[in-house]
Design a protein around this ligand. Structure first.
Ligand SMILES: *Cc1c(COP(=O)(O)O)cnc(C)c1O
Length: 482
């Protein structure tokens, strides 16, 4: 007898009993899952797989007769779904893109010293907010405060969750219900929709745009000034440059104006380079801003500094202290793992040579094109050695399948946008098929490898690949080619 349901048009193509849930639960491999995972989890996975199949069949995305969908045929999907959901989502990847501080890949890699400090702070209690001398409550800021001041000459320092937070806090603390002046040429979007004007609005300060996109003069600031003006914000356009016919007032001019009229000067440097690297000569210097007398300097911890995600605030005590005491400071506070990493990182900067060697971001940026090419050659040799005598895709690599080529790498994270960094890659020609398919298989591997494609070859840029990753990279390439 037909049930009422069966008269609906859908059910002609898809019977309700696509494969009964109970029947799937009795397939041995699914039963075995129930020994390792709670029954509800396994049952929910069976329902999810059947539901998805049903809608795919209904939508015509899957060309199967529903009667072919047996309990046995869906079991492997159920197993895969449950096992996948039990694995952490965040995976290690190999960055063969030649983009050092790639924001989507986690920006800076931490030096070993920082990794150890993070692991210890994560696994054990620490004196995060306790003064061990007297047992009284302390501040997490003490662990980085003095080192930041010593390294930069700043009067005072404060660290928050990230630089966007630092800018928000600076504006909320100094210009709430007042006006902030920014040059039109600096109203940047940093990426991922982070826009300076939006931050300004959320801080409660009113934005006053001054000048034009390419030319802004001191007199534009003077003319726009009102008795509600509380701050002048300079934003380092770290991810683009206006070149050619362009003018901005100097920092000294802006400072004289702001301080002459009792306003605060805020300098958002974005990348915040502390190391002395030739690549960084175009970057605004943290020390120079502080020496000039800027009240609040902000920058990221994980861009050119090479540390953890953090927003670092340096400057005059009077201004920084207002930020410290603002209620938002609590909402934006840096976590203990960030403090641990930054604390350890700053110790490395005490000796600039040590920082250049030990901080991966700096070491990667500083390596010469020849050094990177040597690493690319080393990867090539590893591939030859490991495929010798093995039958990989009918004799891969053949003559010319592997070649060291010159490339252009990037600093990433919007830093040094117009700086071409000469680099090198191993260009890999697939055994068969398109380079794009090889790149897809590399991305699909374990660990996933991210690479570029150029003229039918996959380019593995070695600038952002660490020595200890070479073995894994070679294995991943062989698996993807095979
Ligand atoms: C990157 C950047 C920010 C945002 O910093 P996060 O640490 O990513 O929050 C803000 N301002 C400028 C100029 C930047 O370059």
């Amino acid at each position: 007898m037909m049930k009422p349901d069966d008269q609906q048009p859908h059910s002609l193509a898809v019977p309700r009993d696509l494969a009964p849930v109970d029947e799937v639960l009795h397939i041995p491999e699914v039963r075995e899952l129930s020994e390792r995972f709670p029954q509800e989890v396994v049952t929910a996975a069976v329902r999810a797989v059947l539901g998805r199949l049903r809608s795919e069949i209904l939508d015509g995305e899957r060309e199967v007769d529903a009667s072919q969908v047996t309990a046995k045929s869906v079991a492997p999907w159920v197993v895969a779904l449950v096992e996948r959901s039990a694995r952490p989502s965040l995976r290690r990847v190999i960055n063969a893109l030649g983009v050092v501080g790639h924001t989507n890949l986690g920006r800076s890699l931490l030096p070993d010293e920082c990794v150890r400090a993070v692991a210890s702070a994560a696994a054990f209690y620490s004196d995060l907010e306790i003064d061990l001398e007297n047992g009284e409550r302390g501040s997490r800021q003490v662990h980085v405060h003095d080192a930041l001041c010593d390294l930069t000459g700043a009067e005072d320092a404060l660290v928050v969750n990230n630089n966007a937070g630092a800018v928000l806090l600076a504006l909320a603390a100094t210009a709430r219900d007042g006006e902030v002046m920014v040059s039109r040429g600096q109203l940047v979007e940093i990426g991922d929709g982070f826009r300076i004007p939006d931050i300004l609005r959320e801080s409660g300060a009113a934005l006053v745009e001054v000048g034009t996109t390419n030319r802004t003069y001191l007199r534009d600031f003077e003319q726009a000034w009102t008795d509600r003006t509380r701050a002048v914000l300079r934003v380092h356009t770290s991810n683009y440059r206006i070149v050619g016919f362009a003018t901005e007032p100097s920092l000294d001019e802006l400072l004289a104006l702001a301080h002459g009229r009792d306003a605060v000067m805020i300098d958002d440097l974005g990348s915040g380079a502390l190391a002395e690297l030739e690549l960084f000569t175009e970057e605004p210097s943290i020390r120079a801003s502080l020496e000039a007398g800027v009240d609040i300097v902000t920058f990221s911890g994980d861009k050119l500094l090479g540390g953890p995600q953090a927003g670092i605030v340096l400057g005059r005590s009077r201004a920084v202290d207002v930020m410290r005491r603002h209620p938002l400071a609590r909402a934006l506070r840096i976590d203990k793992l960030g403090i641990a990493a930054l604390d350890a990182l700053l110790r490395l900067y005490i000796d600039p040579e040590v920082a250049l060697r030990q901080v991966p971001t700096l070491a990667m940026l500083r390596a010469s094109a020849d050094e990177v090419a040597a690493r690319a050659a080393q990867l090539g040799e590893l591939l030859l050695k490991r495929t010798a005598g093995a039958d990989v895709a009918g004799g891969w690599p053949r003559e010319g399948d592997l070649e060291v080529v010159s490339t252009v790498a990037r600093a990433g994270a919007g830093s040094l946008p117009v700086t071409d960094i000469e680099s090198a890659a191993l260009a890999v020609r697939p055994a068969r098929g398109e380079a794009g398919e090889l790149a897809d298989r590399l991305r699909d591997g374990d660990p996933p490898v991210l690479a570029r494609i150029q003229e039918r070859r996959v380019l593995l840029d070695l600038r952002a690949v660490r020595d200890q990753e070479l073995d894994d990279l070679a294995e991943a390439v062989i698996r993807a080619v095979a």
